[in-house]
Design a protein around this ligand. Structure first.
Ligand SMILES: Cc1cc2nc3c(=O)[nH]c(=O)nc-3n(C[C@H](O)[C@H](O)[C@H](O)COP(=O)(O)OP(=O)(O)OC[C@H]3O[C@@H](n4cnc5c(N)ncnc54)[C@H](O)[C@@H]3O)c2cc1C
Ligand code: SF4
Length: 447
């Protein structure tokens, strides 16, 4: 993981900020992190207040500082401010969060537990944010997590060279310090589990944030080989067994299929662990790749070979091992429903690429098992919610994050966790005739 800003660097960058009124950077942040406010506090050398602004708005402010695609969020807003180049908001934010950790300053406090108990399924950014907000307001928040460790895609998807496990662990401590209980290795799979948590275990409400862990697969005649991975399994191997991963890829030719962020992550992770050559195969042109421009540049710098306008048509499998990938060249036709120009196969351009390992990074969506929660779902197994708070139609059961949106970004999962927590608090207060504690600095609905 790259080093963050020093105090001097953070101050110098903050000094460039125009301290705009109605700051466009703040409008660009789905998590409601308010860069204009924390930069202003930093300019006044009030580091404690600056760190508090971040954490009160976004308990995962450190993670977001590192992984957010800022060029489409706050920094995009900042380009409207009239500077020659946008303020490096993510780096300033990371500096302030790390400064708080290093100096032992804890910006967040939780009200004493008052007997309200909320169950959360899934310890990713959506579930953890919801749990932290509820704990701050005096609820007992219990998170049920399938995996052995919390963090969701932050732990098992995003590669260590972009965010280390130690950095994530430090941020998760800010969540558990509020009294949030995380029960790892406890999957909740069905409507019967939801019934049990609400009826027998007497939780007052439930937030479902199980993410999008189902991988789309290439539709080809032959793919039955242990050398063909989906990107998530490949990246999980790199995160959970780095030595085994390195042994698997060292000296190999790896072909990654896809043009999004997971494809870049898988390609760079393979290259950094010693792959001889890594090809990134994409059926449209470079500019149409959905991946973050910064990550694309980093992949180029890492030596990834971009093979654009090429469509895989099948794998070449010999005695169960991958020997290569069959490809055909494409050309771009009129835009399709996605607004991007449609790739059309060019007859007579069929060829083969020798490869030892293939990684399919074709997109993620909730797995079919998500339908078993008994809540309305769409054709992509996403839970269908009725409003911006994530109400599902079942009383006191809300949902958010990638489980609702499909594969998205951390800041939007944080947004959903905050909105669900606020809705739960309001509904519980309404039922007891009280008012929701004003602990949550509620975000505007910036979807
Ligand atoms: C390779 C990769 C790279 C990414 N890079 C970025 C990036 O740079 N920037 C960015 O903003 N976003 C990035 N994302 C997207 C981001 O990680 C997700 O949008 C975000 O994590 C979604 O949060 P979530 O809480 O909804 O779901 P998740 O993070 O998926 O968390 C869901 C949690 O629920 C658990 N769970 C699932 N089913 C059950 C069950 N039945 N019972 C109990 N627990 C269950 C899972 O184990 C998981 O811990 C990336 C994603 C991937 C895959
Ligand atoms: S938009 Fe840019 S210049 Fe204006 S307050 Fe935000 S970071 Fe500062």
């Amino acid at each position: 993981m790259e080093k963050g800003f020093t105090m001097d660097q953070a101050m110098q960058e903050a000094a460039r900020c125009l301290l705009c009124h109605d700051a466009p950077c703040a409008c660009g942040c789905p998590a409601g992190t308010e860069p204009d406010r924390f930069i202003r506090k930093l300019r006044l050398r009030n580091l404690k207040c600056a760190a508090r602004v971040i954490k009160e708005n976004n308990v995962l402010g450190g993670v977001c500082a590192v992984v957010c695609p800022t060029c489409t969020l706050c920094a995009q807003g900042c380009t409207a401010a009239g500077l020659d180049r946008p303020i490096r908001i993510g780096e300033i934010q990371r500096f302030l969060v790390e400064w708080a950790w290093q100096t032992g300053f804890s910006p967040l406090r939780a009200l004493p537990p008052d007997g309200r108990r909320i169950a959360i399924i899934g310890a990713g950014p959506a579930g953890l944010t919801c749990a932290a907000e509820l704990a701050r307001a005096g609820c007992k928040a219990v998170v049920f997590e399938r995996q052995p460790e919390p963090g969701g895609m932050l732990r098992y998807g995003i590669p260590a060279h972009r965010m280390s496990v130690e950095f994530l662990g430090r941020e998760l401590r800010d969540v558990t310090d509020l009294g949030v209980e995380i029960r790892c290795g406890t999957p909740m799979e069905t409507s019967a589990d939801i019934d049990r948590l609400l009826a027998e275990e007497k939780f007052d409400a439930l937030f479902l944030a199980t993410g999008a862990w189902g991988s789309l697969a290439l539709d080809v005649p032959h793919r039955d080989s242990e050398d063909v991975y989906d990107a998530l399994s490949f990246l999980m191997l790199a995160k959970t067994a780095p030595d085994g991963f390195a042994a698997r890829v060292k000296g190999k030719v790896v072909a990654v299929i896809g043009g999004g962020d997971s494809a870049m992550d898988a390609a760079v992770a393979a290259r950094r662990s010693g792959a001889l050559d890594v090809y990134l195969l994409y059926r449209r042109s470079f500019s149409e790749m959905p991946g973050d421009p910064v990550e694309k540049q980093q992949a180029i710098a890492a030596g990834i070979h971009f093979v654009i306008l090429s469509q895989p048509t099948d794998y070449v499998i010999e005695n169960g091992r991958l020997a290569g990938i069959k490809l055909v060249r494409t050309r771009l036709d009129a835009p399709d429903a996605s607004g991007r120009r449609r790739p059309v196969r060019m007859a007579g351009t069929e060829h083969e690429l020798q490869a030892d390992l293939a990684v399919e990074a074709l997109g993620l969506q909730p797995p079919p098992a998500a339908d078993a929660f008994g809540l309305p779902t769409d054709a992509q197994h996403r839970i269908v919610v009725r409003d911006a708070a994530g109400n599902t139609g079942r009383s006191m059961v809300l949902a958010g994050g990638d489980a609702v949106r499909g594969s998205s970004i951390v800041a939007r999962a944080v947004h959903d966790g905050k909105m669900a927590a606020r809705s739960i608090l309001e509904e519980l207060a309404r039922r007891t005739g009280g008012t929701a504690p004003a602990v949550i600095d509620a975000p505007a609905d910036r979807r």
